[in-house]
Design a protein. Structure first.
Length: 78
C-alpha cells in the first residue's frame, strides 16, 4: 500500500502558478490545488514508503523556486 501525504504549501507572493506547474511535473504528485486560506497550495503525494515521502519533500519540493514553507500531513487510514 502506498504512503500518502497531504502537503500544505506556502509560496512567495505571485509564485502560485509557477510552483503548481513545477509540482505537477513530479510523478509522485496525485493532485496539486491552489487554495485560499493560510496556505497557497495543497498537494497530495503518494510514494512507496515513508523515506520516499521525506526524499520528495526535502530533495525535490524544497528545490522548487517560490516554495517558502511546507507542512506535511501523513495519511494513517482511510
Amino acid at each position: 500500500m502506498p504512503t500518502r501525504a497531504y502537503i500544505l504549501i506556502e509560496t512567495a507572493i505571485g509564485k502560485n502558478a509557477e510552483v503548481s506547474q513545477a509540482l505537477m511535473k513530479l510523478p509522485q504528485m496525485q493532485s496539486v490545488d491552489t487554495v485560499t486560506g493560510p496556505y497557497d497550495i495543497i498537494a497530495i503525494a503518494e510514494t512507496g514508503d515513508l523515506p520516499a515521502i521525506g526524499n520528495l519533500i526535502s530533495n525535490q519540493m524544497h528545490r522548487v523556486p517560490g516554495i517558502v514553507k511546507t507542512v506535511s500531513c501523513l495519511a494513517v487510514g482511510s
